[in-house]
Each structure stands twice: as C-alpha cells, then as structure tokens.
Design a protein around this ligand. Structure first.
Ligand SMILES: *Cc1c(COP(=O)(O)O)cnc(C)c1O
Length: 402
C-alpha cells in the first residue's frame, strides 16, 4: 500500500455534460466563432507531428495559405498559440531591439502591438487615431516622415471597437516608400475582406484560428514577405523568444524537422478551414460577408438602434451597436444567452455590444435568430425597438440579388 497522498482527489468535479448547456449557444460574438463540422472532426485527430503524412498536410496548409494571404513567394509559418502569439512572433522577428517602431493605434489590439513592441525593447512611437475612426494616410505619412521608424504596425479590422482601417493599401504604399516594414494584424479580417499581401506590399500578416477563418482558437498563421524573410535570415542577434523564433519554426514548417511538438490537431483543423475557404473562393466569401453584415446593419438600424462607427470607418466583420442609455448591457447579453441561446459580446471600452460577422456567423439563418434575440431581449428590458421593421429590413437586404 502506498502511503496516503498529501493532496486528495477533488470531490466537486462534475462531467462536462453537467457544465455545458444542453444545446450549444450560437456563438455570434467577437470570437470564437462557430466551426464547420469538418473542422471539428479534424480537430479530434492526432497523428505523428513528423513524417510523410504531416509533410503532405503542411505543404497543403502552406499553399492554401498563400492563396488566402494572396502571396506568391511569402513564407508561411504556423504557431501553436492564440492570435496574440502570432502577433508576438511577427513583432519579435521583425523588430530589432532599440530600433524605432510606429504603432498606429485605433483600438485595443493595436495597443497590444504597441505593448509587444515595447517589450521587445523597441523605441516606440504611438499614433493615437482619434475616433472611433480609420487611420488617415496623411497623418501616417507625417508621423513616418518625422520619426523615420524601421517598422510600422497596424490592425486591419479592430474587433474591439469595430473600426476598419480602410486605407490599408495606401498606408502600406507609404510605409514601403519610406523603407519601413509593415506588420498587419488580420486576425479578425483575413478571408472576410480583401487583403492582398504581395500587391499591397505587406511584410507580415498575422492571423488566428478562431475569427475570420472560422477555425478553433489556439492555432495561428503568419505570412512574411520575401524582404521580411531576408531580414529575419540576416539577423545576427539571438531572439529573446525561443518558441516564436521564426528561424527555428522554419525547421518544422519548411525543413520537415523538429522545433517543438506541433499542434497536430490544430493544424488538421486549420487545413480544413483553409480548404473550405479555397472551395468557396475569396471573391464569393468576401461577397457573403459583406452582404450578411450590411443586411444585419440595416436590420439593427431599422429596429431603431444606432451603430457605433460611422459608415466610412466601419468594419463589416464585427458590428458594434450602441447600447441605449437606459439599458444594462450585461443584462441584455445574459438575457439573449438564457432565453434565446444566442451569445454576442460586450466590449472592453465603449458602451457597445458586438455581433460578429466572421466565417460561419455570416449565414442567413443565424442572422434572423440573432437579430430577433437582440430585439426581443431589448424589448423585455423596456427598450423602444421595432422588431418587425428590423426583421423586414434584414429580409429585404438579404433577398436582393447579389
Ligand atoms: C482576437 C484578436 C486578436 C487576438 O487573438 P487571440 O487569439 O485572442 O490572442 C488580435 N487581433 C485582433 C484584431 C483580434 O480580433
């Protein structure tokens, strides 16, 4: 008989079934988003992380990623970790300590890129966009001319406050003209709206699994331009991050050898997510996202609510709705979740609630259910909303021929 263990088995553990809701909630928030059945099935498989089967899968992940990122010769790497890990990896490999970085900030995630740059030991300059608004190319050019940074960071779609940097192509051209590397966070937006990495001249594109790609959280991808990859190869200093060192990750992603045990299930899942994007094709996928999001926006406004961001700066991939002044956002979310099994997001800052329009969220049946749940829950809390008018507007836009 072994001696009694000091720490005993916990007594209050219940099976997952008794914690999870009977019926899964419809995930219509700012991520994670619902995943297709094929992605879920792939995520349940474990295979050897090295060897021929894995090599073949990795080659396919890379070639499908090149399509989704729109890069011919860019280097694609995956990372076991959240979108933030991909952000950290992009910054750690491109930013040399003590060099200057311009962080264009118009929301929570762009500030995270600023924080990551500071931690790398860069001399950071922050361009705080007043707003909620898109960054202006002129202002970016002024900052670049004044500070001459080596690297510029920007978020294409700010999930946090639903602002879109629509001028990204112009900003990329400006960065290029001044010889800066440009890092773009496209966690929210990749495959939901155009991002042409090569054509625009973006040096690092960051994405995560659980948003635009409609995959699982915890597996992420990065694309580096040829110039960025050259810069990484030429660096002689050793990175402070071992897991996120692109030269080490290259061993697994391009040399078929070992870095760390790859997140095989996550890679299989993202393979399926990418394959579904390729099957759908980017133009049709962009069209679906736009049509669904615009229909939802019209539905919301026709119900009598207002959107947080003006049309010219508005993101389609996540829709931010101003919470009426006499309504408690937390109660609204709880009510939608309990009565309608629909989950949407609150926010870290402004008094808004957010409905995601990423990947599987952009389906007509999900939109009707979500908009109705929103209107009905608001009505229950005594807000003045016109539910039939909202539903009619949603229907009218969705049924227009595309
Ligand atoms: C969600 C998100 C991130 C962070 O992704 P995590 O997987 O939560 O780390 C970064 N940028 C944007 C734009 C996001 O929407």
């Amino acid at each position: 008989m072994a001696k009694n263990l000091d720490i005993s088995i916990p007594q209050n553990i219940v099976p997952l079934d008794s914690i999870l809701p009977d019926e899964p909630l419809l995930m219509m928030g700012a991520g994670p988003v619902p995943i297709p059945a094929r992605v879920a099935a792939a995520n349940g498989i474990v295979i050897n992380h090295l060897g021929d089967t894995m090599s073949q899968i990795i080659e396919q992940v890379k070639s499908m990623s090149r399509y989704v990122f729109q890069t011919r010769n860019g280097t694609i790497l995956g990372v076991a970790g959240p979108g933030s890990a991909a952000m950290e990896m992009a910054v750690a490999n491109i930013v040399v300590p003590q060099s200057k970085v311009l962080n264009i900030c118009n929301g929570f995630f762009s500030h995270r890129l600023h924080e990551l740059s500071k931690r790398i030991g860069a001399e950071t300059i922050k361009l705080e966009v007043s707003g909620p608004e898109s960054a202006s190319p002129q202002q970016v050019e002024d900052y670049i001319a004044t500070h001459q940074p080596a690297v510029v960071t920007i978020v294409q779609g700010e999930t946090s406050n639903t602002v879109c940097n629509h001028s990204l192509p112009e900003i990329a051209a400006i960065a290029k003209r001044h010889g800066c590397f440009l890092i773009v966070d496209a966690v929210c937006t990749l495959s939901t709206m155009p991002l042409n990495m090569d054509e625009w001249g973006v040096d690092a594109v960051i994405t995560g699994g659980q948003k635009g790609l409609s995959c699982i959280p915890g597996i992420s991808l990065i694309g580096f331009s040829e110039q960025a990859w050259q810069h990484i190869q030429n660096r002689r200093d050793s990175l402070r991050h071992w897991c996120y060192d692109a030269k080490l990750a290259d061993q697994f992603w391009n040399q078929g050898s070992y870095h760390y045990t790859a997140p095989v299930s996550g890679i299989l899942a993202i393979h399926e997510a990418l394959r579904l994007v390729c099957n759908e094709t980017l133009p049709l996928r962009f069209e679906r996202h736009k049509r669904c999001s615009v229909a939802l926006q019209q539905g919301i406004e026709s119900m009598g609510l207002t959107l947080h961001v003006a049309a010219q700066s508005r993101l389609n991939s996540v829709v931010g709705i101003n919470v009426p002044s006499d309504i408690d956002a937390k109660r609204l979310l709880a009510d939608m979740s309990q009565r309608y099994r629909v989950e949407i997001s609150g926010s870290f800052g402004p008094n808004i609630v957010r409905i995601g329009q990423m990947g599987e969220q952009c389906r007509a049946h999900h939109l009707f259910r979500t908009l109705h749940a929103l209107g009905s829950s608001l009505q229950c809390l005594k807000a003045d909303v016109d539910i039939p008018a909202g539903m009619a507007a949603l229907e009218a836009v969705l049924s227009q021929q595309g």
